[in-house]
Ligand binder design. Structure first.
Ligand code: FUB
Length: 307
């Protein structure tokens, strides 16, 4: 399947339907001499573009609205504008993004990476976030906002019976600029035990790239399993969870990272994701793709294979 965007390298697509069109908020990948490492230093992005399209027909044009924000415009940022997301409420639009501050700590306004917004049917808005290894989520095991530098790098908890670290979620204030409450851990339960997924269960544990969507009244929390390269999901009855692990959405794509969003458009459900086909397998030069997804009669997402 051809990439949706080919004029520049793009990744981590957060797609939303705003004003009847699809808007895509991706990372903007670029060439770099930085050696590949498990801390993700080679993902050295310096600006954001926004894209839109009126149709997901493969022949339909995708408009690049150009640079909407760049490193030089953000006084607290040193480098690495990673996966963003956007939301709208009360007639305003908000862009959420993670980047390293001058001390090398990833921040979104809170901590870690990969913000994903979700505005529920009752108008309440939530922000999900977090990512392991280079995303530094494992540095916050002593408490929210308590940074433990000794966990920096490609590290995470391990050991018999040790539960996995969860993404974080918090309700946003009415003006969408702050958390209205202390953020909570997103718990994913193993269906066979009813207990949290374990840290060593790398095929199912949360790694990064959180996303939330609602289907038939249920909340679907989806994410990347990182070093096992799956897009996976769990289903719950509340935006806070807990979510019972439901399976895989997408098998591994070409490239190390996998990241996505799920959106309903004109009555069909779409998975936006990325792979490294256009760059012929260069991990940090990715391209956004889209494919339709389907649910079975029990609400399970049918697993897709990369194309
Ligand atoms: O694009 C940089 C990072 O790679 C993202 O924040 C992660 O989700 C992974 O896709």
């Amino acid at each position: 399947m051809a990439p949706l965007i080919t004029n520049i390298y793009t990744a981590d697509p957060s797609a939303h339907v705003f004003e009847g069109k699809i808007y895509i908020y991706p990372s903007h990948d670029r060439e770099t001499d930085i050696q590949f490492n498990d801390n993700g230093d080679q993902y050295d992005m310096a600006d954001y573009h926004v894209f839109s399209t009126e149709s997901l027909d493969p022949a339909a044009p995708v408009v690049d609205h150009g640079v909407v924000l760049k490193t030089e415009d953000i006084p607290w940022v040193s480098k690495q504008l990673w996966a963003p997301d956007a939301a709208t409420k009360n007639g305003k639009y908000y862009l959420y993004f993670p980047a390293r501050d001058k001390e090398g700590i990833f921040r979104i306004g809170s901590y870690s990476i990969d913000p994903a917004t979700f505005v529920d049917d009752d108008g309440e808005a939530y922000l999900y976030f977090g990512g392991l290894w280079g995303g530094q989520l494992q540095c916050y095991q002593k408490g929210h906002n308590v940074f433990d530098a000794s966990w920096q790098g490609p590290k995470e908890p391990t050991g018999e019976g040790v539960p996995s670290l969860g993404a974080r979620v918090g309700k946003l204030t009415e003006d969408m600029r702050q958390f209205a409450e202390e953020v909570r851990d997103v718990v994913i339960l193993a269906p066979e035990t009813g207990k949290p997924i374990l840290a060593d269960d790398h095929d199912r544990r949360f790694f990064e790239a959180a996303w939330m969507h609602k289907y038939n009244g249920k909340y679907y929390f989806s994410y990347s399993t990182g070093d096992t390269h799956y897009l996976a999901y769990g289903i719950g009855d509340s935006p806070y969870g807990p979510f019972t692990y439901g399976g895989r959405i997408l098998e591994p794509v070409l490239g190390w990272t996998t990241h996505h969003s799920i959106v309903e458009f004109k009555g069909r459900w779409w998975l936006f994701h990325h792979d490294c086909e256009l760059s012929k397998g260069v991990d940090h030069l990715r391209s956004v793709k889209v494919k339709e997804i389907f649910y079975d009669k029990d609400g399970k997402i049918v697993t897709e294979k990369p194309e």
